[in-house]
Design a protein around this ligand. Structure first.
Ligand code: SAJ
Length: 400
């Protein structure tokens, strides 16, 4: 008989994972604390934008291989995919992981496998074992492993299957059991290690990216002062065979790269100097963009400022930790002009005046590009004539 799987957390990772597993023949029970998400899912609909996910979910629900509720059920394998944000002081908030662990504890049986997919500080998988076993003390042969999710929003379904995976168990048998499971649906390599190294590996991957984006963001600020086009500069420098500079932007958003490096800083505050500085450089970038807008707005009396894009990166609807949202809210608070915004992937957002792209282009005095959505890349440059452009993503940098 196919193994039963219970996935806790039906968000950007849990939902695609649950539906992929259902499509591979597993009996999957999805759990979410949000009843609206559960209800939508049971109708075969979804609450997030991710290419191809709607079709996969619909067929998983129709085949009855995927069901959802707010209640955990017994299973052979439990996958925890809940948020791991940080608190005000940048310390990891493990309350969702703890609550998820305690919610599965009464249903876990000896021989089961509990997997943590959420990006977490070093030591979290051990904590899950402790939370579950202190809630359910008669357990003694449960396997626990961390298998950090590594998919990029926008390409989740492809990357869930094709990416290599790191599996780290709390002991060798746990690692082996988890690896056997992932090998049933992952086409990439399944690489094994211990839980702590797996946890650190994920944090390091995102910190690597954060540090490199910080380099690009710092360059953009330096180049502005030196009157050099940073986009052209990076393009040229990247012709060197061993140079690959990332792209500057309005700041770093999302629930991962802007968060995870802090877990390393928290664990080794005096040692993690470069990682902490990169975070500060990236967190400062939105304020630099706001300064740019202030300078331009000073040439007008109540200008119309059109902000293109709200999501944290191109072609997705995810607004979490989005620098664009942060910038727009601050511009509104500063009352620099009439602030309008365009976001093709979102219907509405409280407190922000969303308009369609044409209206924005027609009425704006200042155009602030915050996200490089495909719709914006197609803008005819004639529509920009006579307007001040602040292009934080470099979509208009190419020479005519
Ligand atoms: N960004 C730039 N310049 C760049 C690249 C990105 O400013 O050159 C910005 C984006 O606009 C965005 C932020 O960085 O605001 C993060 O975007 P991203 O595309 O770099 O990454 P995420 O957050 O969508 O996904 C990352 C991925 N990690 C790595 O690439 C190392 C993904 O594989 C992880 O699974 C994901 O974090 C996660 O969930 O941890």
């Amino acid at each position: 008989m196919e193994k039963k799987i219970c996935v806790i957390g039906l968000g950007y990772i849990g939902l695609p994972t649950a539906s992929l597993l259902a499509s591979r023949g597993y009996d999957v029970h999805g759990v979410d604390v949000r009843q609206d998400v559960v209800d939508l899912l049971n109708k075969g609909e979804i609450h997030i934008v991710e290419p191809g996910l709607d079709i996969l979910v619909r067929s998983a629900i129709q085949s009855k291989k995927l069901k959802a509720s707010a209640q955990v059920k017994s299973a052979d394998i439990f996958i925890i995919a809940v948020p791991t944000p940080f608190r005000e002081n940048h310390q990891a908030d493990l309350s969702y992981v703890e609550a998820a662990s305690k919610s599965v504890a009464p249903f876990v049986k000896d021989g089961n496998l509990v997997i943590l997919e959420s990006t977490s500080p070093v030591g979290t998988t051990e904590k899950i074992k402790n939370w579950i076993e202190s809630t359910n003390p008669q357990l003694n042969t449960v396997h626990y492993a961390h298998c950090p999710e590594r998919v990029i929003p926008g390409h989740v379904l492809k990357e869930l299957i094709e990416n290599d995976r790191i599996i780290g168990g709390v002991d060798e048998e746990s690692t082996k059991q988890a690896a056997l499971f992932y090998q049933t649906f992952v086409e990439g390599k399944v690489l094994t290690t211990g839980a702590r190294t797996a946890e650190m590996c994920k944090l390091v991957e995102n910190s690597f990216r954060d540090v490199n984006i910080a380099f690009a963001n710092e360059l953009s600020v330096i180049c502005d002062e030196l009157k050099i086009n940073v986009w052209e500069l990076i393009q040229l420098a990247n012709h060197h065979p061993r140079v690959n500079i990332l792209q500057p932007g309005p700041g770093v958003g999302g629930h991962c790269i802007a968060v995870d490096p802090w877990f390393i800083v928290e664990a080794a505050p005096t040692k993690a100097k470069l990682i902490a500085t990169a975070r500060q450089v990236n967190d400062a970038k939105p304020y630099w963009v706001i300064e740019q807008v202030k300078q331009q707005a000073a040439h007008y009396k109540m200008p119309v400022i059109a902000c293109l894009g709200l999501s944290f990166k191109a072609n997705i609807d995810d607004l979490r930790e989005s620098p664009a949202v942060e910038i727009i809210k601050e511009l509104q608070a500063l009352e620099l002009g009439k602030i309008i915004a365009v976001e093709p992937n979102v219907q509405s957002i409280a407190g922000i005046n969303l308009v369609d792209l044409n209206t924005a282009l027609e009425t704006a005095d200042i155009i602030l590009v915050l996200v490089d959505h495909k719709e914006f890349k197609q803008i005819n440059k004639k529509q920009l004539q006579g307007k001040k452009i602040i292009d934080t993503r470099g979509i208009f940098h190419a020479k005519d």
